[in-house]
Design a protein around this ligand. Structure first.
Ligand SMILES: Cc1cc2nc3c(=O)[nH]c(=O)nc-3n(C[C@H](O)[C@H](O)[C@H](O)COP(=O)(O)OP(=O)(O)OC[C@H]3O[C@@H](n4cnc5c(N)ncnc54)[C@H](O)[C@@H]3O)c2cc1C
Length: 399
């Protein structure tokens, strides 16, 4: 539950609370988390108390209702710690709550959002399947209507929080005659229903302490009332997912900045303290070139994220700029991580330094929420279409 005083904080005070939580509790507990192989329960409880499950949910549904720009500023702070921590609440604040907020019926909003904001109802977003990854519209999970229920059959994989979730937003094909996106609907599925089974992978390369999981649905009877958006929601599942996906991409873009910030802080401190050839490594020109370039690229990513978030807050979702922010941010975080590992030398490979762990973690940011090649392809397609239509680029700044 959210501590009552948190609800009274103005944004600058709240931002400070989260910055202090990151510095005093999340970062110091990283090694404990790695040893335990999961985020310690007491920290998940602290996240809930401090309202981290609530930052995107409006006040009328029990959340904190911060704007996208404020959410991005918060993300810069809490992702100075391992991005694994963020995974524990990311599916609630992004993909799931935003789809319910935008497209759920009022009953669904009132029933789900307050518990999600309080951190007592953890939700996972179940879209990806073995034969439907980048091509999500090819999914094969089916939902067949039988009286007052839909019967769900199929399997999902790579689902963040599958193992911890109380409920899933599951995408399934309600129209089997329609092979593409138009035949897909979204359902809120209680994780305890008979026929639901989850499984964790044996190995994770990065994000190890917040493993993604499989969800198997075997004849699961889901009440028809759990069709997202009510009867009108049938066949609109993937359209409904879009706001949450854009929202999540914005947060991933901001996560890349938080991770780069921490890696550069840690690496610069190391370089100041370590001498070779009679002087600190930080005095070597080649080393400084890598640091300076990294700083400039990180700040470009920060500006792009803030600018896209401000545009988001005007009400028209700038999806191409958001895609660019996510693409650039995740590629930037990868370059910065690689340089930092290089600058740490053997410590970048051997031992418990946080940077090599973050290097492994940020690799996944180039794959989920749209892989980099998919963003490049989609941006190019949008450019060609828009310029062909009116000569301007998509999400154009032209006046
Ligand atoms: C840590 C993590 C968390 C995740 N969390 C979730 C979650 O919560 N919910 C969920 O539903 N899914 C989740 N996913 C799944 C994620 O969305 C998919 O991994 C992603 O969409 C890519 O699908 P795929 O892995 O099947 O790769 P594929 O679709 O097989 O693609 C593999 C690679 O091929 C290339 N490629 C594919 N298509 C094209 C194209 N048209 N043009 C150019 N290149 C292309 C890209 O380089 C791509 O990375 C998560 C994944 C990871 C790794």
């Amino acid at each position: 539950m959210i501590n009552p005083e948190i609800l009274d904080h103005d944004f600058p005070t709240y931002l400070k609370v989260i910055a202090e939580f990151t510095e005093n509790e999340l970062i110091p507990a990283e090694n404990e988390m790695v040893e335990a192989g999961e985020v310690p329960v007491r920290l998940v409880e602290r996240m809930a108390q401090l309202g981290l499950f609530a930052i995107t949910i409006p006040r009328e549904y029990g959340g904190l209702g911060w704007s996208m720009e404020q959410q991005v500023l918060l993300t810069f702070e809490f992702t100075r710690a391992s991005c694994v921590y963020r995974s524990r609440f990311s599916t609630v604040i992004g993909l799931c709550s935003q789809a319910i907020l935008d497209h759920g019926t009022e009953d669904q909003r009132r029933q789900l959002l307050p518990a999600m904001a309080a951190g007592t109802l953890v939700t996972a977003f179940a879209l990806t399947e073995e034969f439907a990854g980048s091509d999500a519209g090819a999914l094969r999970t089916t939902a067949r209507r039988r009286g007052d229920v839909y019967v769900l059959d199929g399997s999902k994989r790579y689902i963040t929080n599958a193992a911890w979730a109380d409920a899933f937003v599951v995408f399934a094909r309600t129209d089997e005659a329609e092979p593409g996106a138009a035949g897909v609907s979204a359902f809120i599925v209680d994780a305890k229903l008979p026929g639901v089974r989850t499984a964790l992978p044996a190995i994770m390369n990065g994000h190890a302490e917040a493993p993604v999981g499989e969800i198997h649905l075997d004849g699961v009877e889901v009440p028809a009332a759990n069709l997202l958006g009510g009867p009108e929601g049938e066949g609109k599942g993937l359209t409904m997912a879009l706001r949450g996906i854009n929202h999540a991409r914005m947060h991933v873009a901001a996560t890349c900045i938080g991770q780069a910030t921490r890696m550069l802080e840690e690496t610069t401190a190391h370089l100041i303290g370590r001498s070779q050839f009679g002087s600190p490594l930080s005095e070597l020109g080649a080393v400084q070139a890598m640091l300076g370039a990294s700083f400039a690229e990180m700040e470009a990513g920060r500006a792009l994220a803030i600018e896209s978030a401000r545009a988001f807050d005007t009400g028209v979702i700038p999806r191409h700029r958001i895609a660019a922010a996510k693409l650039y941010g995740s590629e930037m975080a990868g370059r910065v991580a690689d340089r930092c590992v290089q600058l740490l030398g053997g410590e970048g490979i051997v031992g418990p330094h946080p940077v090599p762990r973050m290097w492994r973690d940020v690799r996944a940011l180039r794959i989920y929420e749209g892989s980099s090649p998919i963003h490049e392809r989609n941006l190019a397609k949008a450019m060609i279409k828009q310029v062909g239509a009116d000569g301007a680029l998509p999400d154009s700044y032209r006046v």
